[in-house]
Design a protein around this ligand. Structure first.
Ligand SMILES: Cc1cc2nc3c(=O)[nH]c(=O)nc-3n(C[C@H](O)[C@H](O)[C@H](O)COP(=O)(O)OP(=O)(O)OC[C@H]3O[C@@H](n4cnc5c(N)ncnc54)[C@H](O)[C@@H]3O)c2cc1C
Ligand SMILES: NC(=O)c1ccc[n+]([C@@H]2O[C@H](COP(=O)([O-])OP(=O)(O)OC[C@H]3O[C@@H](n4cnc5c(N)ncnc54)[C@H](O)[C@@H]3O)[C@@H](O)[C@H]2O)c1
Length: 476
């Protein structure tokens, strides 16, 4: 059969740009389609990672200025929100310049197409009335934010990650944020620091429930310090007006704006999945551990895969997918070396296996806890609340290998990188014992536990006796 393309990629977000870029780089004839030119770059650039991190950056400057009032600086007032968003959009533009359809086509030679793509056959996609065919099709169609579906929902404008970054013109007076995941945490801190009165409604007992309990507790304390009113074990039962919510336990709350961040659903509508035999189950595209959908020529990656919804998740899927497309041996989707960071202050940074995964897999491990209470840098720079948890393998085979961990500290996302590298390389944690760290970098905390462990060994009478004997033998 003759195809118009080797590869068709639907969706030009982190996942699609990577898939089409690689295909084009090795000389395949690839098409990359997104429904709108302004969506090139996907959620990450347009409505997610980049605008949220730019907003957090500005907010941290406000927090810094406020903190300096303790030392005599005089500041007051709220953010000029128009100027804040102008900064956010300007920084997005810098990245966007490399990801426009025209620029991408120029850089990679990809056939970039703006239009809504629909699967219209086994290996066929229709876009702008044009029929394209390919050996393989990649769905990189992303996810959509969930909305609250409660009585009175139609009375209220539910702001989400798209509208908040593109439609909001004034700083919200009273911002109600619903959800306890990374979006709620990052944006509640950003808006509180910029001057909004923020209430965070959390359904469960704590925020960031994919990280260890203590990390969520540390962050909750810091958010409160920024002025966020966190209400746990509650949720919106109904809306009685455009600015009034009734909560599950009977209390009512007034707000000027409500931002809903209660997770995301895989996009399954408007792609023509049914025309190509791609099944959907429980709101997700059915895909196996090799990213294959129920049509063996169609793959799902990125948020469309419905698992780890991160930009670097999309990158990982791409690497696996291309290995599978190019080699006879397929790589199975695995998450034992994954990582994520919530970019609040402090950052909460996770790498490797979580406690739940270790327990589920029956791995024999020990937990090392390292508070930053007595860390010199933490004392000097006022983050003694920080904390590190590490999981290290026990036993003869592979004993001492780093399996995973989590850290709460400013710049924890950067600080865990060496730990994550050790885990990725399958190395023992004790490798850090003799590493030289410039004093007083905060990442010395990574070494402290390794040194404490080594020092603990000196307490063994046998080791101490041996060392004593060595000393006396050489210095008679
Ligand atoms: C507020 C927020 C902050 C985030 N922060 C981080 C972070 O700091 N770090 C991190 O790793 N992740 C972060 N994420 C998650 C990250 O943004 C996503 O995991 C990532 O963008 C997913 O990329 P994707 O390519 O799978 O999907 P998307 O980026 O959603 O791209 C899908 C694309 O497909 C297009 N499309 C859909 N259907 C069609 C169709 N029928 N025809 C043509 N085009 C179509 C859409 O227009 C869209 O551009 C954040 C998310 C949010 C919402
Ligand atoms: N720094 C980062 O890497 C980063 C930042 C933001 C978003 N993201 C990604 O974006 C995705 C979406 O983030 P998110 O924070 O919306 O989702 P999430 O799924 O991580 O968290 C949603 C939270 O909302 C709660 N919830 C669900 N329904 C609720 C209801 N009706 N009322 C109250 N609470 C409810 C859940 O219990 C959960 O705690 C995530 O998968 C995340 O990976 C990543």
């Amino acid at each position: 059969m003759k195809y118009t393309h080797d590869l068709i990629v639907i969706g030009a977000g982190a996942a699609g740009l990577g898939a089409a870029g690689f295909g084009s780089t090795i000389g395949l004839k690839a098409a990359l389609i997104d429904k709108s030119a302004k969506n090139f770059g996907g959620d990450c650039l347009n409505y997610g990672c980049i605008p949220s991190k730019a907003l957090l950056h500005v907010a941290s400057q406000f927090a810094g200025a406020k903190a300096a009032t303790d030392f005599g600086l005089r500041v007051d007032g709220k953010a000029d929100f128009k100027k804040v968003m102008a900064y956010v959009h300007q920084q997005q533009d810098v990245i966007r310049a490399l990801e426009t359809p025209e620029q991408f086509a120029k850089n990679y030679g990809t056939d970039t197409i703006v239009g809504t793509a629909e699967l219209t056959g086994d290996r066929e996609v229709t876009v702008n009335g044009r029929k394209l065919t390919a050996r393989k099709i990649v769905l990189a169609t992303g996810s959509v934010p969930r909305q609250l579906d409660v009585p009175g929902a139609d009375l209220v404008k539910q702001w989400d990650n798209e509208s908040i970054f593109w439609e909001l013109e004034e700083l919200p007076e009273k911002l109600l944020i619903v959800g306890g995941g990374p979006i709620s945490c990052e944006l509640s801190q950003a808006f509180a620091r910029l001057g909004s009165q923020v209430t965070l409604l959390v359904r469960g007992e704590r925020i960031l429930d994919k990280d260890p309990d203590i990390m969520g507790n540390i962050l909750a304390e810091r958010l409160r310090h920024d002025g966020v009113d966190i209400q746990f074990e509650t949720e919106v039962a109904s809306f009685t007006s455009a600015t009034q919510a009734e909560l599950k336990h009977g209390k009512s709350l007034e707000f000027s704006h409500i931002l809903v961040a209660i997770g995301r659903s895989v996009r399954t509508k408007g792609i023509g999945l049914e025309n190509a035999g791609v099944e959907v189950k429980d709101g997700k595209i059915v895909a196996d551990a090799y990213y294959r959908t129920t049509n063996k020529n169609i793959f799902a990656i990125g948020d469309a895969y419905g698992r780890e919804m991160f930009s670097h998740g999309a990158e990982k899927h791409n690497t696996d997918l291309w290995i599978n497309l190019l080699s006879p041996v397929d790589i199975k989707h695995k998450l034992n070396k994954f990582t994520w960071v919530t970019f609040t202050d402090p950052e909460i940074a996770q790498f490797g296996l979580t406690k739940e995964q270790l327990d589920e897999q029956g791995i024999n491990y020990e937990t090392i806890e390292q508070p930053l209470e007595h860390d010199d840098r933490a004392v000097a720079a006022d983050f003694q609340y920080g904390h590190l948890i590490l999981y290290v393998k026990k036993g003869l085979f592979g004993g001492g290998k780093l399996l995973g961990g989590c850290m709460a500290a400013p710049a924890a996302g950067e600080m865990i990188q060496e730990l994550h590298l050790l885990q990725t390389l399958g190395k023992k944690y004790s490798k850090l014992t003799n590493k030289i760290y410039a004093y007083p970098v905060a990442s010395r905390i990574n070494q402290k536990a390794a040194r404490d462990r080594a020092a603990g060994q000196l307490e063994s009478p046998v080791v101490a006796r041996g060392l004593r004997a060595a000393f006396r033998l050489q210095h008679r």
